[in-house]
Ligand binder design. Structure first.
Ligand SMILES: [Zn+2]
Length: 155
């Protein structure tokens, strides 16, 4: 049986939430700051897909600068704040030096999610803000890449 489900894969930093110097900006409560139009756009676009996942490089975990549990708490916070649009999420905690298969621009996170969730990668979309996102989507065979500024209408 060929995979059939269409997925919307979304990057985290610089796409869903504001970053500065490659770190997620947090507010006075310690929570991330959503980028403009994220809630409204996801509300409109998410129903066009069967599944949706956050896929995020998080090399600061390996660097000891943030705990994985805190990154996961932030993902869960955004999930709740946005009306629970996500099927799940994957992060890569490694640095370039680790040579893993999951750090974008490598396709590992996409391939694993596709295998686990019956995703047709060619019928799916990745939204991101960097060349690493675009290259990872291409390497995984994700059919469509959309720049975050276009997807969310930042102009
Ligand atoms: Zn990795």
């Amino acid at each position: 049986m060929p995979a059939t489900k269409r997925a919307l894969f979304i990057d985290w930093g610089g796409t869903l939430v504001l970053t500065q110097n490659n770190r997620t900006v947090i507010d006075a409560d310690g929570d991330p700051v959503l980028m403009a139009n994220v809630a409204a756009t996801l509300g409109r676009e998410r129903p066009r897909y069967d599944l949706s996942f956050i896929v995020s490089n998080q090399a600061r975990i390996s660097a000891g600068e943030i705990a994985e549990v805190e990154v996961l708490r932030r993902f869960a916070w955004a999930h709740d704040r946005l009306g629970r649009p996500f099927t799940g999420w994957r992060l890569c905690p490694h640095t370039d030096a680790d040579g893993c298969d999951c750090r974008k621009p490598r396709p590992g996170m996409f391939l694993e999610l596709a295998r686990l969730h019956d995703v047709s990668l060619g019928a799916s979309t990745h939204v991101g803000d960097s060349d690493k996102d675009r290259e990872a989507a291409a390497a995984a065979g994700v059919g469509t890449f959309v720049w975050a500024r276009d997807f969310f209408g930042w102009a």
